[in-house]
Design a protein around this ligand. Structure first.
Ligand SMILES: CC(C)(COP(=O)(O)OP(=O)(O)OC[C@H]1O[C@@H](n2cnc3c(N)ncnc32)[C@H](O)[C@@H]1OP(=O)(O)O)[C@@H](O)C(=O)NCCC(=O)NCCS
Length: 208
């Protein structure tokens, strides 16, 4: 019988293994191939990276999931700068998806983030998954996504307060940390250090 998964901090000696896990988990999901394994590779060295929330999930000695957070801000309409967190990539190994592991990892991570005193988490995601862990549309909190034209669909943009009322009286624009924007050419080069994998154009991918 398999042991229950444990969640623990990522160790430096396993960065490559974690990046491979992220690659497996995101491959062909949002686009042919993926860039998230390179994103995590780059973000670990970013000053906004939250080391205490760099987490992996392990079962029977094997890594099966990972999650990470970055510090960012809401530029409030009244001129204040509100510190918040953003999250991801979060991934579960393909063969264990939809068995409750992602929710367990997410809920544990959010609990840790709250213990560290962070006030709110905002990011792009699917309400079908994140709604079950207390996320709602960020627009309901009065927060807008940067660079989105007026009236555009913003249902991908989600928020959860970790301190109840943290965003009371705040309206403003959320900024994605710059570190998430990676160059496709750099991803291509980085990807060559992993085992070859076929990129497929599949229905439902957001980018192509
Ligand atoms: C998204 C991800 C982390 C979720 O982890 P998981 O272990 O597969 O999800 P769980 O089993 O914990 O899901 C809990 C519930 O959330 C919902 N859910 C999970 N994934 C969903 C999805 N892709 N779309 C809609 N709802 C989803 C379901 O209701 C699920 O319960 P159910 O399976 O009984 O219906 C995982 O599927 C994954 O690694 N996907 C690829 C990478 C990715 O998309 N990461 C998130 C980027 S925002």
């Amino acid at each position: 019988m398999k042991d229950d998964p444990i969640i623990r901090p990522e160790r430096p000696g396993e960065y490559g293994e974690v990046e491979n896990l992220v690659r497996e988990s995101f491959w062909n999901v949002y686009r042919p191939g993926c860039s998230e394994h390179y994103v995590i590779h780059v973000l670990r060295d970013d000053p906004a990276f939250v080391k205490e929330l760099d987490l992996v999930m392990e079962q029977d000695g094997r890594l099966i999931g990972q999650n990470m957070f970055m510090k960012t801000v809401i530029e409030a309409d009244d001129g204040r700068i509100i510190p918040v967190l953003t999250m991801g990539p979060i991934g579960i190994t393909p063969e264990l998806k939809r068995k409750g592991c992602g929710k367990k990892l997410l809920d544990y991570s959010l609990e840790k983030a709250a213990e560290l005193g962070f006030g709110a988490v905002l990011f792009e995601g699917n309400i079908g998954f994140y709604g079950k862990s207390g996320f709602d549309y960020a627009r309901k909190f009065g927060i807008r996504y940067h660079d989105l034209p007026e009236g555009a669909d913003d249902s991908f943009f989600l928020c959860r307060e970790l301190i109840p009322g943290y965003l009371d009286g705040v309206t403003g624009v959320y900024q994605t940390p710059k570190g998430y924007y990676v160059d496709d050419a750099d991803v291509e080069v980085f990807d060559k250090s992993f085992p070859p994998k076929k990129k497929l154009k599949l229905p439902g991918q957001l980018f192509g």
